[in-house]
Write a protein that binds this ligand. Structure first.
Ligand code: DP6
Length: 360
């Protein structure tokens, strides 16, 4: 599959206006994407759990306009106009225009809401960009094209979402998604995410993810800047090799249901991600003192209770606490008794792995 496959040759219908709404989940990576080449091509493959409750719902209304000279759109978050979202969407439209040649012919009203607080530090770009990409694909579907191949809709939606934000291409399907070419994963591609095709042990069924909101402020360093700092990073090549190996290893871990090996791999990935940030030039730290307090508490609890709870991190200070469904009650009690004290305003979000995006 190459990029050109997603360029439509011809549309068969013409439509003046309409609207579509999609709801897309957030995702949490187990093997992390950190480092990219031109055109949002990842330096290494990654795999994530799709979440079930942390979602963005986006409605895109479109109406034909007179002149097709530029992009025309308005963006609203919770019914409030958001001018500061526009540059990111403008960049997105520029990147995808060749694949959706109708973009300049219409005015778009983009109305979006998140199930999680916008300022929670939970990345809304993955769920937001995938919901927007799906709405645009629904519009394209209305136009009709002769270029359809199997999985055209979902693959192209993921392909477009990737051009908005890399990790967004893993936010369409459930419950495990791989993005990036890997020799052991059939159908995997650098261009879009694919549903994890291998066997998954029942230990991972309804896996729990409680997100501890440690710091809800704006990140000091954006992911895009962080990715770019992997260019010329002294440990970059070793890191990319390690991610490939971890993806090979996680295949048997997921198949066997080996929770101890899962814990070791997932926690190592999280700390390696932050180690890359700390060893780039310029260097930076996104963890906060309370992030470390929580990590130490989790390790202590695991040692004394024999629990299979573990943590992962995204590009921020918040901690994702991952645990099997059969420990849901005990770990939640541990979180409430011992970890909530380290969360900003005691806030946390209980989630579970989910099935992916849906049309509303
Ligand atoms: C740390 O997808 O936010 O969450 O492609 O620049 O939009 P851009 O970056 P983004 O990076 C997310 C990185 C991560 C790890 C991951 O989700 O794999």
């Amino acid at each position: 599959m190459v990029e050109e496959h997603f360029i439509p040759k011809k549309y068969t219908n013409s439509i003046d206006n309409g609207s579509f709404t999609w709801s897309s989940p957030s995702n949490i990576a187990l093997v992390k994407y950190w480092g990219k080449k031109e055109h949002q091509i990842p330096e290494n493959p990654s795999i994530s759990f799709t979440l079930n409750h942390c979602k963005t719902t986006t409605k895109v209304s479109f109406s034909k306009k007179e002149d097709a000279s530029g992009f025309s759109f308005d963006v609203f978050l919770d019914n409030e106009e958001k001018g500061d979202f526009k540059p990111k969407i403008e960049t997105f439209f520029k990147r995808i225009e060749v694949y959706l040649p109708f973009l300049k012919d219409y005015h778009f009203k983009i109305e979006t809401t998140n199930t999680f607080p916008h300022s929670s530090g939970i990345a809304s770009s993955a769920s937001g960009m995938s919901a927007l990409a799906l709405c645009l694909m629904s519009i394209e579907e209305e136009f009709g094209t002769e270029d359809y191949f199997d999985d055209y809709f979902i693959q192209k939606a993921s392909f477009l979402a990737r051009l908005g934000s890399g990790s967004a291409c893993r936010s369409l399907e459930g419950d495990l998604v791989v993005w990036g070419k890997h020799k052991d994963i059939e159908g995997s591609s650098d261009l879009f995410g694919v549903k994890y095709p291998c066997q998954v042990h029942s230990n991972f069924k309804n896996y729990q993810d409680t997100i501890l909101l440690v710091d809800k402020g704006e990140k000091q360093v954006s992911s895009t800047v962080g990715h770019n700092l992997m260019h010329g990073h002294p440990f970059a090549q070793e890191r990319f090799k390690q991610a490939n190996k971890n993806l090979s290893d996680i295949i048997s871990i997921l198949k066997e249901g080996d929770l101890d090996a899962f814990i070791a791999l997932v926690e190592s990935e999280a700390l390696t991600l932050h180690a890359m940030m700390m060893t780039s030039m310029p260097y930076f730290i996104l963890m906060k003192p309370n992030t470390l307090e929580i990590i130490n508490k989790i390790w202590e609890y695991r040692k004394t209770s024999g629990s299979k709870v573990c943590f992962t991190l995204d590009a921020g200070a918040n901690v994702h606490v991952l645990y099997p469904e059969n420990e849901a009650t005990s770990v939640l009690e541990f979180i409430q008794n011992e970890l909530v004290a380290y969360c900003q305003n005691g806030q946390y979000i209980c989630d579970v792995i989910g099935l992916g995006a849906s049309k509303v």
